[in-house]
Write a protein of this length. Structure first.
Ligand SMILES: C[S@@+](CC[C@H](N)C(=O)[O-])C[C@H]1O[C@@H](n2cnc3c(N)ncnc32)[C@H](O)[C@@H]1O
Length: 183
């Protein structure tokens, strides 16, 4: 586990930083079968809780224990169950062909791309959205290794059926399905 990352994010959440419900999720979640969902780097949990309210059985993890605490409190308040885990993505136990829906918002770990594909059930949906390199135009100090290159998501997930792909200004969005004949 990268303790520096964890400390940095814990500090941000202690200072009041919060995540919010993602508009792309609202637009596309209904394309997924209502089964098991995984929220990667879930932050303070709004997207996980939304999916739980819609009837998904949700696993969610984040490196920050502060974020997980906030998400747990929010889930309790909203009266839904989310399986929240404090975990670095490196040690999260991705299961093969397990999830009907995987979401990855505003977080980039290139080592997990193949694990994400493997962890989708056949017919499962991936919604991935984060900043791309154009983000440097407005935030030159942003760490380039956390930014997507042009066309990167489409290339990386080319084995999946692309349902929607957009590189709008500084944000790249991919919605893709694992075909039921994926091998
Ligand atoms: C910009 S936030 C995005 C949160 C949420 N996905 C959203 O879009 O609302 C990035 C999140 O990644 C988490 N994170 C950073 N490094 C991580 C790692 N190695 N493993 C798991 N989570 C990590 C942070 O704690 C933070 O909550």
């Amino acid at each position: 586990m990268d303790l520096k990352d964890r400390d940095r994010w814990n500090e941000k959440y202690k200072q009041g930083w919060r995540t919010s419900l993602n508009a792309t999720l609202l637009r596309f979640y209904q394309l997924a079968s209502k089964g098991k969902a995984l929220d990667i780097a879930c932050g303070s949990g709004d997207n996980s809780i939304f999916l739980a309210e819609k009837g998904f059985s949700v696993d969610a993890f984040d490196i920050s224990d502060e974020a997980i605490k906030i998400a747990n409190a929010l889930a309790l308040k909203r009266g839904v169950k989310v399986n929240l885990l404090m975990s670095d993505i490196e040690s999260f136990p991705f299961k093969g062909e397990y999830y009907d829906l995987i979401i990855n918002f505003y977080f980039l770990d290139r080592n997990s791309f193949s694990k994400i594909t493997a962890s989708l059930k056949q017919g499962g949906l991936l919604i991935f959205e984060t900043y791309n390199e154009k983000h440097l135009l407005s935030k030159p100090s942003f760490n380039r290794s956390y930014l997507l290159r042009e066309g990167e998501l489409r290339e990386v997930f080319k084995e999946l059926e692309i349902v929607y792909y957009e590189e709008a200004s500084n944000i790249t969005t991919l919605v893709a399905k694992k075909s039921s004949t994926f091998s």
